[in-house]
Design a protein around this ligand. Sequence first.
Ligand code: MSP
Length: 530
Amino acid sequence: MSDKKHYFITTAIDYANSKPHIGHAYEKVTADIIARYKRLKGYEVYFSTGTDEHSLNVMAKAKETGVDPKAYVDNIAVAFKDLCTQYKITITDFVQTSEVRHAKAVSEIFRRCFETGDIYKGTYEGWYCKSCESFYAQGELTEDNCCPTHKSKADLIKEDNYFLKITKYTDKLLKHIEDNPDFIQPETRRNEILAMLKSGFRDVSVSRPGLNWGIPLPVDHTQTVYVWFDALINYATAAGFATDEEKFKKYWPADAHIIGKDITKFHCIIWPIMLMSAGLALPKKVFGHGFLLNKGEKMSKTRGNIVDPVNIANVFGVDVIRYYFAANITNGSDGEFSEDSIILCYNTDLANDLGNLINRSLNMVEKYCGAKVPQYYETILDDKMKAIVEQAKQLHKVYGERMDVFNLSGSLDAAWDLISMANKLIEDEAPWNLQKNNKIHELETVLYILLEVIRLVSIVILPVMPDTASRIWAKLGVNYDEKTIIIDEELHFGKLAKGGAVAKGDPLFPRILDEKEAEKLKALKEKTLK
Ligand code: MSP
């Protein structure tokens, strides 16, 4: 194993009761951008996702389609793996909770908690929502006894369960959250969890009786492990818990769990307490992102307002959707997702701002400098040139600070500020006039600045739009490779070698034509998941 510093990042694992939707793609892209960024910072990244398979809905769906639950989930897992491939998600592991390695990890953690005396038998009497597989107190439901998240009827149940002593650990957890402001992010999520803990959090059921799809309790084979206790352990499974001690020692605790805001209660209260009870270290950070909305409503299968991630990426291209997620949705907040807003974002940010800058700049370098990177004369900088060079010199710092707190849109803003300045510089300096007036040093310096801005921007967008970045590198004639590039060395103004050959080639983002787009969208809507 290498001695490189390492970083273990995870997404939630998705319910395997239906095909992936765009919300799943959003979460995976968010985590992937962070994973790629960490690699650029020199980390060896372990990145896991997977499918949550022991749910009641899976059992129902398998029965409905007449197949064995295992065959059913294996089929769905393929769809999620394909989604990762299509969206260029650089995972290193995919955990299916029906795998043997996972059953080993779950049994061992259950056994540890049981032996610590933190799991006891009791009777649960109350509400249960099959969609989120959650137990609810009466007061948490809507007036007509519906789940607050899914708006579907909850079931009133009474059954013997094993319970985990949450109450034994709440003070310790509160202290941990208060002492470690980074543990739960963003701040709104942290405050919600603190309020939940302070208002009193009851012990939770960790088993269900009479189900034949799930992991049997090591201490009572008439019960299976409750699906959330089971699913949360996937992170330990990925790190090698109970199967590969050396690997587990290396990667545990996880550096970051990237999850949606609907499941922070499980990740920030139940999961840490399971780990405390089992004597394992807590994850360093849980980041609860927001929801993709459709006209203000959460997109979900239950609400029937979802977009098929496969079709939309086929229409616009994966890089465009990845960029849209990162640039247009503030990480941690909800964001609208619609075809219209993607078109607007494409036309303005990608075609107008970035695409135009590259086209115009390379055009001029071909025309005025024989398609060679020109010289840069620092002594002749005027105020406008100085301002953009100064801003470019700040990029490494600003970008790093924003990415380190998972502020993805902020990191792109830093690049787009430079792009705007560069486009403005073209207008202000009018290189064609400099050429006409034989101001060759000024002309070359302006063009060098433009090429440098493009190179710097290509590095910033690399984790977000990997294909676009390498297409830009081909145009600039730089021989970067995502696997070897080190951001701390390259994200500095002035590194572009003078005299290198550039090639304008095809435009990167031709502007979307409205009519063509309408046709594509029509086809897309017809294919949207039923
Ligand atoms: N199986 C559980 C998670 C177990 S993790 C130990 C689950 N599955 S899910 O399929 O319902 O959701 C998986 C992830 O996708 C969650 O983090 C959830 O918040 C996220 N999203 C589901 N719908 C979403 C949107 N509309 N928008 C953004 N993310 C969404 O919960």
